[in-house]
Design a protein around this ligand. Structure first.
Ligand code: HEC
Ligand code: HEC
Length: 225
């Protein structure tokens, strides 16, 4: 048993000029419930084996490009997404059916189980030529786009609770979820902070970002450049 708290924390990059913006964004993220729940990893594992692994893979690593990997995502992020699907705050018919009968305890168990799973390490030499797209590394002051890395981490593997790891996520999934943020069909991000940013990105930028993050971490089967 491990303590599990729904809370969102950010590690700020020192000296970043966007740091000034973040306290305002944080206020909106923190409007969520701060409910301490104890998650049971073993129980999470068995619910996952029964209800989730068929699509998300037995180690939280999916083989289907349209299905996101869940391995090592923070428990807060996963809990929130499951809850959002259940409440239809994040709309997806398929996921709604899978989670609508789960109670808070089972959701916490699942979230903790997926957090405990490791992403496979990618061959470090494969990463050396990767250059982050401009919006990822430095953002764009003209369009008021903060660098994605400020929240998602320099290597796409943020440890901030409530913020998803993007490194190694399937490019196809990333593109579709960013398109959903853009056209408003995904609007479960607190304070609309992510939608506001992603709406300013062109489709070409979205594709470059998705492929960059997919190549950054983990799952070679899904790196289709
Ligand atoms: C029939 C296949 C299928 C099953 C079974 C399934 N999922 Fe999913 N899951 C998906 C797909 C496809 C998506 C992407 C949906 C979208 O675009 O919102 C998804 C998305 C998610 C996400 C969002 C991840 C992210 O990065 O935002 C979470 C969390 C999740 N599923 C958890 C679960 C859990 C927990 C279970 C078991 C109780 C489960 N899923 C069962 C197919 C499935
Ligand atoms: C202020 C912090 C912040 C910044 C800056 C930010 N994000 Fe996010 N991002 C988040 C949070 C928090 C979520 C989770 C929202 C939710 O609860 O669904 C998220 C979710 C996402 C997701 C969904 C991942 C998944 O697994 O479904 C994608 C894709 C994404 N962001 C891409 C980007 C890109 C690209 C940029 C830069 C152009 C960016 N983000 C900038 C905080 C941020």
């Amino acid at each position: 048993m491990m303590a599990y708290h729904i809370k969102i924390r950010f590690k700020l990059l020192p000296g970043s000029r966007y740091a000034i913006l973040l306290p305002f964004l944080l206020l909106s993220f923190q409007s969520q419930a701060d409910t301490p729940l104890k998650g049971d990893i073993k129980n999470g594992q068995s619910i996952a084996a029964e209800k989730c692994d068929r699509c998300h893979g037995s180690g939280g690593i999916s083989e289907d490009v349209d299905t996101p990997h869940l391995a090592s995502q923070s428990a807060d992020y996963t809990f929130k997404q499951i809850n959002d699907y259940k409440n239809k705050t994040r709309e997806d018919k398929n996921m709604y059916k899978r989670v609508r009968k789960l109670n808070d305890q089972q959701m916490a168990d699942l979230a903790l189980w997926f957090e405990s799973l490791k992403l496979p390490e990618i061959d470090p030499s494969a990463k050396t030529n990767l250059k982050p797209p401009q919006v990822v590394a430095i953002g764009d002051t003209e369009r008021a786009i903060p660098p994605c890395s400020i929240c998602h981490g320099k290597d796409g593997k943020t440890t901030a609770e409530g913020v998803p790891i993007l490194a190694g996520q399937s490019a196809d999934y990333m593109i579709s979820t960013m398109e959903y943020f853009k056209d408003g069909s995904r609007d479960n991000d607190p304070g609309a902070a992510v939608q506001t940013i992603v709406k300013k990105l062109s489709d070409i930028e979205i594709e470059a970002i998705a492929h960059y993050y997919a190549a950054l971490g983990g799952r070679p089967a899904q790196i289709e450049q």
